[in-house]
Every structure is written in structure tokens, then in C-alpha cells.
Design a protein. Structure first.
Length: 181
């Protein structure tokens, strides 16, 4: 099955989730993330601000912002740059996602953990994003632990990765934690 077909199928599955199911799933996924050794040990965490069809990250970021150093991505041409999270320095950026303002970009080498959004995942850590390749370019060569977070309905059978795709180390859904490598 090609990536566009998987994207359409997952979108249809997610559209069937009620607001209550979405909220409960986000609570369970981020509670599981909080219990991982990778999160407990991480000081610098690259998160993302969620779109309406993604697991909501806002409550999680608010809960931990005083105890962890969070970073958010910002689109810069074909790439993502990362900046420190500061609720007072956000604007609506590319693709209607809240992005940080400023010039104080950080280096991926300084990041301990990356929480990665995705449209679909498989049990080998392969991921399908929205098709622009931003996260694959960002994650190439990083030594940070990478954790994909998703609704259980976003898990697919084996995804055929392209040469440029970068798999994640873990996938967390509301039902399970999948350790990939």
C-alpha cells in the first residue's frame, strides 16, 4: 500500500474518534511517555505543537515546562530549526502550527529526546509524515532518543520506508509502548 493511501485510511480512522476518545488517548499516551526512562532522564526535549487531528501536546507541555527544557520546531524553507519553548513567544507559522519566535536556534546535538508526530507508524518504527520530509531531515544523524506518539488507529502493518526515512526508537499509543531498537 502506498503512503498516500495509508494517509487517507488513517485520516478516515481518526475522524471517527470522538472528542472524549481523543482527550483520553492523549492523556494515556503522555502518561506512558512520562514513565519512560528516556523521558525521565532527558533534560532537553524537542516537542511539537499539535494540529487538531493529532494527539494534543499542549497540556503535556504546560505540565512539564517548568521542569524540563522544551524546544519546538519552526519551518525554515525546506528544513526545521529548533528554538526554546516560551509560551509568550509563539506565532501561527507554516501550516497553521504555533511556532517559536526568536533567533536563538538550538543544535540537535543538544537535544536528549525528540517526541515525533506522524500520520502513521508500524511496529518497526517506520513512520509516515505529512509528506514534506521535515522530520526525516531533522532526525538524520541525531543521537537523541526518538519517540513517536499516535492514536492506536494510526498503527499500520509494515510501512515500506524510502531510503531517506528515519525510523523512531519507540512508538507509544494509548494501548501500548512499542520498543523498536
Amino acid at each position: 500500500m502506498n503512503k498516500d493511501t495509508i494517509r487517507m485510511r488513517v485520516k478516515a480512522r481518526k475522524s471517527l474518534l470522538s472528542a472524549a476518545e481523543r482527550a483520553e488517548a492523549a492523556d494515556r499516551v503522555f502518561a506512558a511517555l512520562e514513565r519512560t526512562a528516556a523521558f525521565m532522564m532527558a533534560e532537553r526535549v524537542l516537542m511539537y505543537h499539535s494540529l487538531p487531528d493529532e494527539l494534543s501536546t499542549r497540556g503535556f507541555i504546560d505540565r512539564w515546562a517548568g521542569r524540563k527544557r522544551f524546544f519546538l520546531p519552526r519551518v525554515n524553507g525546506l528544513n526545521l530549526e529548533i528554538l526554546p519553548y516560551d509560551r509568550s513567544r509563539l506565532h501561527l507559522g507554516a501550516f497553521n502550527i504555533e511556532e517559536p519566535d526568536g533567533d536563538d536556534t538550538a543544535d540537535m546535538a543538544d537535544i536528549d529526546l525528540v517526541v515525533v508526530p506522524g500520520v502513521a507508524y508500524d511496529r518497526r518504527g517506520n513512520r509516515i509524515g505529512r509528506g514534506k520530509g521535515y522530520y526525516d531531515r531533522l532526525l538524520r544523524g541525531t543521537r537523541a532518543t526518538t519517540i513517536g506518539v499516535a492514536y492506536a488507529c494510526q498503527l499500520c502493518d509494515d510501512i515500506e520506508p524510502d531510503d531517506f526515512d528515519v525510523p523512531v526508537h519507540y512508538v507509544i499509543t494509548e494501548d501500548e509502548i512499542i520498543r523498536v531498537r
